[in-house]
Design a protein around this ligand. Structure first.
Ligand SMILES: *Cc1c(COP(=O)(O)O)cnc(C)c1O
Ligand code: SF4
Length: 347
């Protein structure tokens, strides 16, 4: 058995099996995990340094998941936007394709918490083939986001088959894989996997790191292998209370991502997903974090801050304002230091 499979097989899935040093109400947490599954693999578990630290909060269930009275099961209206199962077609030229139901770790804040890792998300050869047929008869879709669950938890052969089928559809120009594996189980990124992936260019991978403590030598090695195969790497970070809702932590994370050749792509405002209300942060805090990045550090380290609007209305950027038009082509700006300056439009 190769080591990533062994590590995954040794995951804790029952709160009763959490380390004895974890002072938690195991019985109360098992109520949580009967609704929302838990999986903490030994690699990610080792990143926890103390109770309720940013790694703990992402991985260990919390009773607050069951007391959320504000959020909704499917805030992005994904079920209604799926004309065939597991294929969400919301935007004109791209689609989100769920190819696997499980992950290397079940993030407590997952936006697809209603179904990831449960029997409510069923991926079969039949759902995959139905989706290929939809993509083939919908040539407007030129960019397919392969997601789940985590696509990189599939066996190499299975994923290769999916990518081959997608590449047989001439209207698909770009394939993107969304995977948290480089962060949560980096040893899954084997040389064999990478050799297979590089046959499907242009292939992009968007991964998901939320805290600088996740950037380990193992994660760096996984990203290096992918980048060396010519796969551009992006990161989609989510703002999470008690994890990363702090300008210094985010700046540090963004800079560390660049060192492992991952380009920060999005910072997301937390979705209104049922069971995650305790993670949400105010929009103004996200704006403050963006102001702390813009101008203060490399432009490469500044992603787009966006909200995926409830009801399936899509992603919208949330921008700090730096300009106002006074009139007659006169624009007033302030820079990152708060200094004022004006600019005159051409006559
Ligand atoms: C996020 C998302 C996309 C991709 O959006 P980009 O802004 O192009 O990264 C596509 N489809 C769905 C349903 C999405 O949620
Ligand atoms: S890896 Fe992604 S899909 Fe899986 S539980 Fe975490 S956020 Fe959800």
């Amino acid at each position: 058995m190769s080591s990533w499979r062994k590590i995954l097989a040794e995951s804790i899935t029952d709160p009763a099996d959490l380390p004895p040093s974890f002072k938690v109400d195991r019985q109360a947490l098992s109520k949580v995990t009967s609704t929302y599954p838990m999986r903490i693999n030994p690699y990610f578990l080792k990143l926890i340094k103390q109770p309720f630290d940013p790694i703990w909060r992402q991985a260990v269930p919390d009773q607050l998941e069951l007391t959320d009275r504000v959020c909704q099961e499917d805030p992005l209206d994904e079920e209604n936007l799926s004309r065939v199962p597991n294929l969400i077609h919301k935007y004109p030229d791209r689609a989100l394709f769920l190819v696997n139901s499980n992950c290397a770790m079940y993030c407590r804040f997952c936006t697809r918490k209603r179904k990831v890792g449960t029997e409510r998300l069923q991926v079969t050869t039949n759902t995959l083939q139905t989706a290929f047929a939809y993509l083939a008869r919908t040539p407007a879709i030129r960019d397919v986001l392969v997601s789940g669950g985590d696509p990189l938890l599939l066996e190499d052969d299975r994923l290769e088959w999916i990518l081959t089928e997608l590449r047989r559809i001439p209207s698909i120009e770009i394939i993107r894989i969304g995977s948290r594996v480089p962060c949560t189980l980096p040893m899954r990124v084997t040389t064999r996997l990478v050799k297979m992936l590089k046959k499907f260019h242009p292939l992009y991978i968007n991964t998901h790191f939320n805290h600088p403590n996740e950037i380990t030598p193992e994660a760096a090695k996984a990203c290096s292998r992918l980048a060396n195969a010519g796969i551009p790497l992006g990161c989609q970070t989510v703002l999470l209370k008690g994890v990363n809702n702090d300008p210094q932590i985010i700046k540090n994370l963004m800079n560390k991502l660049l060192l492992i050749r991952v380009k920060p792509y999005y910072i997301f405002q937390g979705d209104m997903t049922k069971g995650t209300d305790h993670f949400r942060t105010p929009i103004n805090q996200g704006l403050e974090i963006m102001r702390s990045l813009i101008g203060h550090t490399s432009g490469l380290a500044v992603p787009r801050f966006a909200i995926d609007l409830p009801g399936g209305f899509g992603k919208v950027p949330i921008l700090p304002e730096y300009q106002e038009e006074e009139g007659a082509g006169l624009w007033n700006f302030h820079n990152y230091k708060g200094q004022y300056c004006s600019y005159l439009d051409p006559a």
